[in-house]
Design a protein around this ligand. Structure first.
Ligand SMILES: Nc1ncnc2c1ncn2[C@@H]1O[C@H](COP(=O)(O)OP(=O)(O)OP(=O)(O)O)[C@@H](O)[C@H]1O
Length: 313
């Protein structure tokens, strides 16, 4: 069963096309990460799922209904990128107030514990740090005991320990059978925690699948070294799926058969140094997919991986 279905959805803002004929599904009981570079359309997609705006064309169904119906919205927990919090209330008062809006809320203590806010319960919301404000927004999103959580960049501003606690809480919520869709730029965390990943680019779905399936699309291993080879020579090496050659002969490539490739270099007596071989990550897959703008598996020169997405990941 799918908790979200978008069919042929476009959304324009004047001359800007934020989403272009986008079709995607989010499965029930899973944690799905919606990834994409800045401006890819992630927030636009989430706001359509939350019923905050309507598509220019196409259909959006959440829990089988139009998300603008209030009955559906009561079953969704929303954590937008920026939330206005009741600054004069304490954390406990704010969570208690939001609990009163719902028919069958979670316990206030349970929500505070899941959000890691027990020791901040008596602090005024207006006095919280940036990371604590995100945690309060999380507590407010889950207090209604939602079937589906839609979360936009939850861990931005959280320190490492808070991020880890947040992912543990999400794991617990999913273990209770809830569905979660979140956007994030922390690809390492998405790789560890997500059942499924959707990659948006330019308002379109570029790829979707398990983190393992996406990694497999770019090749099982990432090999880097310095050598005097041109890009054409590197691409001609056996089993190279994608490659780039930068300054000083710095070469990065993806391959399913690193042993064969290294045997070839040694056999041909190509001098190389600074060799590094590691398993391809979701970030490698993401950078390759978004650099080429399509999910083809042909070798292609990717730009430098100094993308904003690698920051803090
Ligand atoms: N209200 C709006 N008016 C005009 N343009 C908008 C509006 N909202 C979004 N856009 C544009 O639509 C595109 C998609 O924006 P969106 O916020 O959905 O991207 P995103 O993937 O969430 O990006 P980020 O990772 O930076 O948060 C961008 O080009 C953005 O400038």
């Amino acid at each position: 069963m799918n908790v979200v279905e978008m069919q042929g959805v476009s959304r324009t803002y004047g001359p800007v096309t934020a989403l272009r004929d986008l079709s995607l599904q989010v499965r029930a009981g899973e944690l799905t990460a919606l990834l994409g570079p800045n401006g890819a359309g992630k927030t636009t997609a989430i706001s359509l799922m939350l019923g905050l705006s309507r598509p220019t064309s196409g259909t959006v169904r959440v829990l089988g209904e139009d998300p603008r119906h209030s009955a559906v919205r009561a079953r969704i927990g929303a954590m937008p990128q920026e939330s206005a919090l009741p600054g004069a209330l304490t954390v406990r008062e704010a969570v208690t107030l939001f609990a009163s809006f719902h028919a069958a809320p979670l316990g206030v203590g349970q929500a505070l514990a899941l959000a890691g806010l027990e020791d901040r319960a008596n602090r005024r919301a207006g006095r919280l740090s940036g990371g604590e404000r995100r945690r309060l927004a999380f507590a407010l999103a889950l207090i209604g005991n939602p079937e589906l959580l839609l979360i936009d960049e939850p861990t931005t501003g959280m320190d490492a320990a808070s991020r880890q606690a947040f992912w543990e809480a999400l794991g617990e919520l999913r273990g209770q059978g809830r569905s979660v869709l979140l956007t994030t730029h922390y690809l390492e965390e998405a790789e560890r925690a997500a059942d499924r990943v959707l990659v948006l680019h330019g308002g379109q779905l570029l790829a979707g699948g398990t983190p393992e399936a996406l990694r497999a699309q770019v090749g099982g291993a990432r090999v880097s070294f310095r050598a005097g080879l041109t890009l054409a020579e590197v691409r001609a090496l056996p089993g190279v799926r994608s490659a780039q050659v930068g300054e000083g002969g710095h070469t990065e490539l993806h391959t399913d058969t690193p042993e064969r490739l290294l045997a070839e270099l040694v056999g041909r007596d190509v001098p190389f140094r600074d060799l590094e071989v590691r398993r391809a990550t979701l970030e490698d897959a993401f950078l390759t997919l978004t650099a080429t703008g399509h999910s083809s598996q042909t070798a292609s020169p990717s730009p430098s991986p100094a993308s904003p997405l690698s920051q803090g990941a």
